[in-house]
Design a protein around this ligand. Structure first.
Ligand code: GH3
Ligand code: MG
Ligand code: MG
Length: 181
């Protein structure tokens, strides 16, 4: 029984939690944050030009990238944070109690680590992978789960539009400093 419940909320490829879990976890975490007067960060992650990996090296190589990104996210977050595979090559992070600055630093650090991954498929290097990030903070940017996800998604869109491999906070463009690497 417990096994079936775990399967229902787990993404089989990455072992991360799935979108279904996020759907019930985010409102619950928001309620807790509201009760305790704490902030919470929600982060959307989308791999850049991921289709190219599949097109040039095949779907199996793509799956390795997804699995490795899942492992990286898990390594970089705290036990009380939540990492899930939102679907396809999109991931989401919930960071309870994160401040705006804390969320920015954490997301920047994940961005830099993704770029440093040295992935191989059948002994062949897969090449550099980058990802784009959209960050939304409760209560600064939104008050409920749907709005928070919408703001993060908008921010992610701006990160893509701004050239990818970057972190955008909130729904407006031009709020990130250019990074050196
Ligand atoms: P962008 O930088 O704009 O995000 O470009 P992109 O190529 O990453 O985005 P696009 O949405 O065009 O392509 C996403 C690709 O992700 C296409 C799809 O085949 C691939 N994909 C989705 N789920 C899986 C999966 O489970 N395994 C593999 N290997 N590929 C997947
Ligand atoms: Mg996508
Ligand atoms: Mg993508």
């Amino acid at each position: 029984m417990q096994d079936m419940q775990e399967q229902a909320i787990t993404d089989p490829l990455t072992g991360l939690l799935n979108r279904r879990y996020l759907r019930e976890c985010l409102p619950r975490e928001l309620a807790r944050a509201r009760r305790n007067g704490q902030s919470l960060a929600f982060i959307m992650v989308d791999l850049d030009y991921f289709k190219r990996v599949n097109d040039t090296l095949g779907h199996e190589a793509g799956d390795i990238v997804l699995r490795e990104l899942g492992a990286l996210l898990r390594r970089q977050i705290r036990g009380s944070d939540v990492a899930c595979r939102f679907g396809g090559e999109e991931f989401a992070l919930v960071l309870p109690e994160a401040s705006l600055e804390g969320a920015r630093q954490k997301t920047e650090s994940v961005r830099a680590s993704v770029k440093k991954l040295e992935l191989k498929y059948r002994d062949q290097p897969i090449g550099r992978i980058t990802a784009s990030f959209g960050v939304a903070l409760f209560p600064d940017h939104a008050d409920d789960a749907d709005s928070l996800m919408r703001v993060a998604d908008e921010a992610l869109y701006h990160a893509k539009d701004g050239g990818r491999d970057q972190v955008v906070i909130g729904g407006t463009a031009n709020n990130t400093a250019p990074h050196a690497s």
